[in-house]
Design a protein around this ligand. Structure first.
Ligand SMILES: C[S@@+](CC[C@H](N)C(=O)[O-])C[C@H]1O[C@@H](n2cnc3c(N)ncnc32)[C@H](O)[C@@H]1O
Length: 306
């Protein structure tokens, strides 16, 4: 039997895009894309039909209206329809193009040829239904933060620590695996990538293969920080975590517990107005915020242990 999906079409003012993406992510949507049509944005998002019913979609419509009212913008219009899986993958894939991120990365959809020549680190991706195409500001901020983090010390120190051991990173909420793959390409020795969505873990596995990364370098696991805690024999050197603010706050004590006094962290998926709450939680758990980077309505915190 063919799997069916809800296709959601949301027409809104461009200024409302980020709020809509945030709401859709919270609602559990996947494979979001945006097109500008004249002076309106058309946001498309997809959800497996078994996950929500019509009542849930009506509630989503209400939330979208309330979100718009809160920021004084006209309410967006939401329409939905059922499509089958083949239609979903072909319609979504048409919108996704290669994209340069920061100074070092190029994200290349897996079904498109690789560039003839590029001095960038190419991440080949087929996220499937997982989040993490590189389109979203929160992912971009993480990749750029990783780039900066790895540029801070000579390459020989990033690949190997003082004792000649590989640099170990935890990617919490790995989605497509984009950040873990980026970290490996930049020189990390090992990445533990966890996600509580089994489809995201499957996507990280297949993207690891697409990028010819050794299985022992990028280790995808279903679950959350507790899974990493179970598997590691020593604390991690860095954490990258692009999940929503409330989840980051909730996971903070556990994330801190898998680090050591010299570890660093990159926390994204935080709306600007939520940054204070995350910074407070970080400070209470013994972290210092070094920089706060903003893009659109989002921010990313680059932190280190106190
Ligand atoms: C915004 S996506 C980030 C994906 C990718 N890392 C990126 O930067 O594009 C957040 C991911 O976190 C996962 N997630 C949400 N809550 C989680 C939790 N408590 N533990 C682990 N993963 C979680 C979601 O399933 C989703 O794949």
């Amino acid at each position: 039997m063919t799997n069916t999906w809800w296709e959601l079409n949301i027409l809104s003012e461009p200024d409302l895009e980020d709020t809509i993406f945030w709401r859709l992510e919270k609602f559990g949507c996947r494979g979001t894309s945006v097109e500008i049509k004249g002076n309106v944005s058309l946001v498309k998002a997809y959800l497996p039909s078994f996950k929500v019913d019509l009542l849930d979609l009506s509630a989503l419509s209400l939330w979208l209206r309330q979100d718009a009212l809160c920021v004084g913008l006209p309410a967006p219009t939401l329409n939905w329809g059922l499509i089958n899986e083949e239609d979903w993958s072909s319609s979504w894939k048409q919108h996704w193009k290669p994209e340069e991120i920061g100074d070092r990365f190029l994200i290349n959809p897996a079904w498109l040829p690789l560039p003839q020549s590029s001095d960038r680190l190419v991440i080949r991706l087929d996220p499937g239904v997982a989040f993490g195409t590189g389109n979203h500001a929160t992912t971009q901020l993480c990749l750029e933060s990783l780039e900066m983090r790895f540029a801070e010390v000579p390459q020989s120190f990033t690949v190997t620590k003082e004792k000649g051991e590989p640099l170990i990173i935890a990617d919490i909420g790995c989605g497509s695996g984009i950040l873990g793959i980026g970290a490996i390409l930049l020189g990390a020795g090992k990445v533990y990538a966890v996600d509580n969505d089994p489809l995201a873990v499957r996507s990280t596995f297949s993207n690891r293969n697409l990028n010819d990364i050794r299985p022992d370098s990028l280790v995808p696991l279903e679950g959350s920080v507790d899974m990493i805690k179970k598997i590691i024999s020593q604390p991690v050197d860095g954490i990258v975590c692009n999940i929503l603010a409330d989840v980051i706050i909730e996971l903070m004590p556990e994330m801190t517990a898998i680090t050591k006094s010299s570890s660093w962290g990159i926390f994204s998926g935080i709306l600007l107005e939520q940054s204070k709450g995350v910074i407070d939680a970080l400070e209470q758990n013994g972290w210092i915020v070094a920089t706060l980077w903003k893009r659109k309505e989002w921010c990313c915190l680059n932190v280190r242990r106190r």
